[in-house]
Structure formats: C-alpha cells, structure tokens
Design a protein around this ligand. Structure first.
Ligand code: G3I
Ligand code: 9MR
Ligand code: ZN
Length: 544
C-alpha cells in the first residue's frame, strides 16, 4: 500500500523535517490546517535498505517553520497530520513523565490525579525472603516494572538514573509539571519529577538489607494473570541479593544524593549513607554474585553475565559526588575487565561501544555520564568523552544507510528495540553537549521521528500521541480495567526475535522494522516498562 510515513506529533521550527514515501511520487506538497498548499517540493529516491523492507523516497520540508498543523500530500496519498512549533514536545514530555505515577505500587492511585485509572492499594503485604527462615519484610512502594507487577532493583535503578542524569545535564526538566501529588521538603516543595522519582528511591531503600546488599527483585512466584494490581494477592517473595543490584543501587543513590541534597539535606545525606553502605558490601564481596530465577519461577530475571560495568558505575558515581581518589582508582580497575569481557562481534554490532551503554544490563555508559559530569581532566574523563563522540559518529554513519535516517542496524531490532533507539539518542544527546554538531542533532530528530510515526509500520510508538498511535500495550491494569491505555507509554517495538506466541504468527522473513503487532498478547513486541519511558524523558529534556 502507498504510504507517507511521518512523525505524527511534531517538529521544532528549526529542525530538519522529513517524511518517507514508500512509492514513487516525484512531487509532494505540505498542506496547512486550512487546506492551503504552503510548500511544494520534489522527493529524492533513497532506495531499499536492510531494515525497513521499503523502497523509500524522501520528502524534505525543513523550510516549514511557522507554527501550525500540517500534513503531506503526494498524488492522492495523504500523511497523518503533525504540528510545527516551539512546544512540539511539551504535552508529550508531561505524559511520558506521568506514566511513572500511573505505575506506582503500594498506596493506590488517587482519583484526583489518576482519574479513571484510579485503583486501590496493591502489593501491600510483607514479602517472604525466599528460601530463608527470617521474618517477612516490608518493601511496599515503588513502581510496577512494566506490563507485569514485578519490582526489580536493577531495572528500577536504571530508570531512575536516566531521569536523574537528565536533570543533571538539563536542569530545565525540574520545571516540567505533570499533575501528581505534591511532596514537601526542607526547601518547600519538590519539583514534580523529584517527587515521582522519590517514590522509587524510597522503595529501593527498602530493598537494601542491613548488611548493605540489595535484593535483586520482589515479585510473586509467577506472573499474575491479567487482573487489576489490587486483585493480585499471591504471596510476594524477595529473591536473592545480587552484586548487580547492590552496585546499581550504590551508584543511583550516590547520583540521587547530588540532586536531592539541594532540596532536602537530610534526605540527600540518607541517600549517600546508603550508597556508601552498599559500596562497602561490594568491597567486602569482590566476586560477582549474579542472579538466576528460582527453579520454576517465571517472573522477570534481568540476568547479567558479569558485574564489572555495575561496579564501574558505582565507583564512578561515588567519585563524582565525594571526590575521593579511591573511587576513581576503583573505576579505573574495572575498565580493563569490562574491555576484556568479550561478548563477540554480534554483541558489538548491536550494542556499539560498551562504555556508552545505558541499559538495564550494561551500565558502563551510566558510569561514563558521572565521569562526564566531573570535568577533572583525568585519563578516564578523556577516555569516556572520546568513546561517546566515536559512538555518536558511528550512529550518524548507521543513519546514512537507510531511508529513515534511523541510527539502527538490523541487529538492534531485539526485544525493546525502541529502547535500543532511545539509548542511542541519549548517546547523541550527550555527544552534542560535549561537541555540538548538526549531524548529531539531525540524527536525534530522525530517531524521534521514527518513534513518533516515521517508520514502516506507520505507527507512533507512544500511546495517545499521534493519529496512529499504538493502542494495545501488554499492560495488566488497563486491560483488566477495560480502559484505553493512558497516554505517554513507550512500546517495546519491533523485535525480530518474536518471543511470544502471537508474534510468531508473523512470516519469518518479515523486515526488522515490521516485526511488530499492536496486540496486548505480544509481550515481546508491545509491552511497556519504566526504563523504556525514562530514556525518552532524557532525550526530550535535551530538547527543552
Ligand atoms: O545480549 C544479547 C546479544 O548478545 C544478542 O546479540 C542479542 C540478539 O539476539 O540479544 C541480546 O539479548 C537480549 C537481551 O534482552 C539483552 O538485551 C535478548 O535477545 C532479549 O530477548 C532480552 O529481552 C529482555 C526480556 O525481558 C527477556 O529477558 C528485555 O531486554 C527486557 O526488557 C525484558 O524485561 C521484561 C522483564 O523480564 C519482566 N517485566 C517486563 C519487562 C519488559 O518486557
Ligand atoms: O506478562 C508478562 C510480561 O510482563 C513479561 O515481560 C513476560 C516475560 O517475562 O512474561 C509475560 O507473562 C507471560 C508468561 O511469561 C508466559 N505466559 C503468558 C504470560 C502473559 O500473559
Ligand atoms: Zn502493586
């Protein structure tokens, strides 16, 4: 079918603006809200590429800068409409942030803020420490991870990190308001984003044991059926501690200390005390303590093969906030271990430079962000700056290889491919802070365009944003409550792995960009998680 793929949300006035056609039309026009033709142009034939499965023609309408709603017309084919203006991403940012509120666990959601998504308190009972004969523990609170009701320490820490690093790099994020309950602090009221992040930080504090180590996760033994959270009454278990979770928590509490201490000294001090306690445990337990699901349990595993990047992140974050040389040296010690941990060429191709990874498993890039924030002229600082710039250059190169200007390769279309993209956009955003370049900005724009509709599925991967936004996330509360999904959720996106039953109905030779179905059953294609929303906050913060 002939289609014009375009970002269905909007463009900033000065950004590059492109639509992609999958049919041969020499000419196109831009039509404004009154139906007037305001721009006429010619398409450029790009051709086919290995990710999209389309023969693409590009329509460049960058000269359109006046605020308004527009659409593209080529022959008798029309695109979805979109906005051009300074505040193109304002509502999007608010909704993407508010999703964390809707995912809150424990105290229930208030009608005043949640509207029809209101629900009673959930998962409030104490959690049994799996396999140990000790009293049950109160770990009430935090955010549900995703479409499931699990709460996982490494995933939570990484989502919080994206949000807090976003504040460190782009403090304007503190001004974004998204209608959640106000929280007081020593200086008055916390900015909304900090009030929301505190919910998860308070929970993560409960996940830390007396000895400083951190439980990897708290979940029921198996995933709940598609019921409301308050109806999920199965026993909660705290599964074993891991050095992965302990290191990530040391890092994220250190980072959080640097942000919260400004608003509330005693909360900031508490965070640092707990970060140090986690770090002391890591020092006393130098061997990796990895994580495996208990026999028969099917909730998220978040497995990792080593903990070097986690320890690197912890050391780098503590060095940044304390300035103590010992942490710098510890970070430096992890560097060759990370480098030597060879995961093969396939991994390198899909992940790029390991020191620029911001995922739930490979967190060396988060450590790199702490290093960047501390411009101390050190060897490590020069190294990570270079790594980020080099990786950004590689991404610009990737973007030249397909008609969508998308910085992804076919190996990036794995479970959560939209996060692979958003992590790349974070790299480009930081690289652009270090060494501003138009090519970095254009690659970020093209990536946002892809997420918001300029893709061969012709879909916006953010609920409620775009005429053809996806509608059926793998998400328990909205499905059980028979409600449309609330706005601002980022879908996992296309995944050639097709790891759920319905996804396997797609033909085996489907192009990577088209390995997607907007169906609630498709957890490997269409789930949502906290750490797929959080990198979008970071990238949008870079555009504030
Ligand atoms: O590391 C390999 C790499 O070497 C290989 O080249 C590449 C391509 O095959 O795959 C990489 O592994 C992927 C791994 O994530 C790390 O990124 C796997 O294919 C992929 O299946 C795996 O997906 C994870 C999925 O759980 C299954 O474990 C997702 O990233 C992760 O977001 C998702 O997390 C779930 C939780 O378990 C439960 N809660 C919901 C959440 C989101 O769906
Ligand atoms: O709903 C679960 C989703 O949140 C997870 O990401 C996914 C992988 O852990 O598992 C989903 O649960 C499925 C389970 O693994 C297998 N039976 C069907 C469940 C979904 O209805
Ligand atoms: Zn809950």
């Amino acid at each position: 079918m002939n289609k014009i793929f375009v970002n269905q949300v909007g463009f900033l006035p000065n950004s590059e603006k492109r639509a992609v056609l999958n049919f041969n039309a020499a000419k196109f026009q831009v039509i404004d809200a009154n139906g007037e033709s305001v721009f006429k142009g010619e398409t450029t034939h790009f051709g086919t590429d290995e990710i999209s499965g389309e023969d693409t023609y590009i329509a460049d309408f960058s000269p359109i800068k006046n605020q308004g709603m527009y659409k593209i017309l080529a022959g008798d084919v029309s695109s979805a409409s979109f906005f051009v203006g300074d505040n193109a991403f304002g509502k999007l940012m608010e909704d993407v942030c508010k999703c964390f509120y809707y995912l809150r666990c424990g105290h229930g959601l208030d009608k005043k803020y949640a509207g029809k998504y209101y629900h009673d308190p959930c998962h409030v009972s104490k959690a049994t420490v799996y396999g140990e004969d000790v009293p049950a523990v109160d770990v009430c609170g935090g955010w549900h991870d995703a479409g499931d009701y699990g709460r996982y320490s490494t995933a939570g820490a990484v989502a919080v990190a994206h949000l807090l690093y976003a504040i460190r790099f782009f403090p304007k994020l503190l001004d974004v308001e998204f209608d959640i309950p106000k929280v007081s602090c020593e200086k008055g009221l916390l900015p909304d984003i900090l009030a929301e992040v505190k919910v998860e930080l308070d929970f993560l504090m409960k996940m830390q044991r007396e000895d400083g180590s951190v439980w990897h996760k708290v979940t029921t033994f198996s995933h709940a059926p598609f019921i409301m959270p308050e109806d999920d009454k199965e026993e909660l278990y705290l599964f074993s501690v891991s050095s992965l979770a302990t290191a990530d928590i040391a890092a994220v509490f250190a980072l959080a200390h640097s942000v919260y201490a400004i608003f509330d000294k005693s909360y900031g001090d508490l965070l640092l005390e707990k970060a140090l306690k986690a770090y002391e445990w890591l020092e006393a337990n130098p061997k990796p303590l990895l994580f495996k699901n208990a026999e028969g349990s099917n909730t998220g595993e978040y497995p990792e093969n080593e903990d070097y990047s986690n320890r690197f992140w912890a050391a780098a974050a503590l060095y940044e906030v304390t300035g103590e040389k010992k942490y710098y040296e510890d970070a430096l010690k992890q560097k060759p271990l990370i480098e030597a941990y060879d995961k093969g060429d396939a991994f390198k191709e899909y992940t790029g430079n390991i020191f620029t990874c911001f995922g739930w498993a490979d967190v060396a890039g988060l450590g790199a962000l702490s290093v960047i924030l501390n411009d101390d002229g050190s060897e490590l600082h020069a190294f990570v700056e270079n790594a980020l710039i080099e990786e950004a250059e590689r991404l610009v190169e990737n973007a030249s290889e397909n008609g969508f200007g998308l910085c992804m390769k076919k190996n990036n279309f794995i479970w959560g491919s939209n996060m692979e993209l958003l992590k790349y956009l974070m790299v480009l955003t930081v690289a652009n802070e270090i060494k501003p370049a138009e090519k970095f900005v254009n690659t970020i724009t093209a990536g946002i365009d892809y997420l918001l509709g300029c893709n061969s599925m012709d879909v916006s991967y953010v609920t409620g944003h775009g005429e053809k936004a996806f509608k059926n996330p793998h998400l328990r509360p909205t499905f059980a409550g028979k409600l449309e999904a609330w706005p601002g959720l980022v879908s996992g996106g296309p995944n050639t792995g097709l790891q759920d039953e319905r996804a396997q109905s797609l033909p085996k030779d489907t192009a990577p960009m088209k390995c997607y179905i907007d169906h609630v059953d498709c957890y490997s294609l269409n789930e949502i998680t906290i750490y797929w929303n959080s990198p979008l906050v970071f990238v949008l913060a870079g555009l504030l």
